[in-house]
Write a protein that binds this ligand. Structure first.
Ligand code: NAD
Length: 261
C-alpha cells in the first residue's frame, strides 16, 4: 500500500518482542497502537521509547486480552482512533512451566485465552476493514514451540501449535483479498518472559539459573545465542513491505537452527 500512513496495532507491546516491533514500526512512520493490560502510567517508559524517532502517532490502548470482549473491543477502539487498521501483530503471550498434572486448570485457561483465543478475536475484528480496502498484514508471534514441543510447557506449546493452524487457515480465507497472514517462530529471545522462565525452570529441575541457561534454554538452539528482539522486529517490518505480498500462510523460523534438527 502506498501514499497513506499505515496504521498498526501490536498487542503486548510494552515489553520484549512487542516493544521492539512497535518501535520499529514507529520509525517506519506508521501510526502505532501500543497495548498491554497495564494502566497507562505503567506503560509510560515503553511509550517514551517507542515515540523516540516516531513519525506517526503513538497511542496507548489498555486491554486485558484474557477477556474476549476486550480483545475484540481493542481492535474496534484502534479503528475508531486511527480511522482504520492495516497491520495487526498478535504478540501478547504468557508462559507457565509445570508438569501437566500439576498445571492449575486456571493457568491453562489463562494461557490459552491470552495467547490463542485473543488472536481469534482481534483477527475477526480486523479482517473486514482489511478486506474492504484490499490490503492488510496479520503477523502472529508464534514460537519454535509452535513446531516443536518441550516438557513442562503443555499449555504454551498447545497455544503456539494452535496459532500456526489459525495463521494458515485465515491466510487461505483472505488470500485473494490482498491480506497476508503469517506466523513468526522465534527461538529463545532474551526478554522478561524468558528471564521468568529461567527462574521457574531452576525450581522445577532443582538446578542453578546459570545451568538452566546453558543446559536447558540454549541447549536446543544450535547457535547457542539468544535471538535479539530487533531480529524479530526486522522480519515483521519486511512482512509489511510490498515485496512480501506473496508470503502468506507461513511459519517463519528465527530460531538459531533449532527446528533444523
Ligand atoms: P514479555 O513478557 O517481555 O512481553 C509480553 C507482553 O504482553 C507485555 O507487554 C505484557 O504486558 C503483555 N501482556 C501480558 N499479558 C497480557 C494481557 N492479559 N493482556 C494484554 N497484554 C498482555 O514477552 P516476550 O518474550 O516479548 O514475548 C512476546 C511474544 O513472543 C509471546 O507471544 C511469546 O510467547 C513469544 N515468544 C517469545 C520468545 C522468547 O524467547 N522471549 C520465544 C518465542 C516466542
Amino acid at each position: 500500500m502506498s501514499g497513506q500512513t499505515q496504521r498498526a496495532l501490536v498487542t503486548g507491546s510494552t515489553s520484549g518482542i512487542g516493544l521492539s516491533i512497535a518501535r520499529r514500526f514507529a520509525r517506519m512512520g506508521f501510526d502505532v497502537a501500543v497495548n498491554s493490560h497495564e494502566n497507562e502510567p505503567e506503560a509510560n517508559t515503553a511509550l517514551r521509547e517507542i515515540s523516540e524517532g516516531a513519525d506517526g502517532q503513538v497511542r496507548y490502548f489498555r486491554a486485558d486480552l484474557a477477556d474476549p470482549a476486550q480483545s475484540f473491543g481493542l481492535v474496534e477502539q484502534v479503528i475508531a482512533a486511527f480511522g482504520g487498521l492495516d497491520i495487526l501483530v498478535n504478540n501478547a503471550g504468557v508462559q507457565k512451566v509445570a508438569p501437566v498434572e500439576s498445571l492449575p486448570a486456571a493457568d491453562w485457561d489463562r494461557i490459552l485465552a491470552i495467547s490463542l483465543d485473543s488472536s481469534f478475536h482481534t483477527i475477526r475484528a480486523a479482517i473486514p476493514g482489511m478486506v474492504a480496502r484490499g490490503w492488510g498484514r496479520i503477523i502472529n508471534i508464534a514460537s519454535a514451540h509452535g513446531l516443536r514441543a518441550s516438557p513442562f510447557k503443555s499449555a504454551y506449546v498447545a497455544t503456539k501449535h494452535g496459532i500456526i493452524g489459525l495463521t494458515k487457515t485465515v491466510a487461505l480465507e483472505v488470500a485473494e483479498r490482498g491480506v497476508t497472514v503469517n506466523a513468526i517462530c522465534p527461538g529463545y529471545v532474551w526478554t522478561p518472559l524468558v528471564a521468568q522462565q529461567v527462574a521457574d525452570q531452576a525450581k522445577v529441575h532443582g538446578i542453578s539459573e546459570d545451568a538452566v541457561i546453558r543446559d536447558i534454554i540454549l541447549a536446543p538452539q544450535p547457535t547457542r545465542q539468544f535471538v535479539q528482539p530487533e531480529e524479530i522486529a526486522e522480519m515483521a517490518a519486511y512482512l509489511c513491505g510490498p515485496l512480501a505480498r506473496s508470503i502468506t500462510g507461513t511459519a517463519i523460523s528465527i530460531d538459531g537452527g533449532w527446528t533444523a534438527k
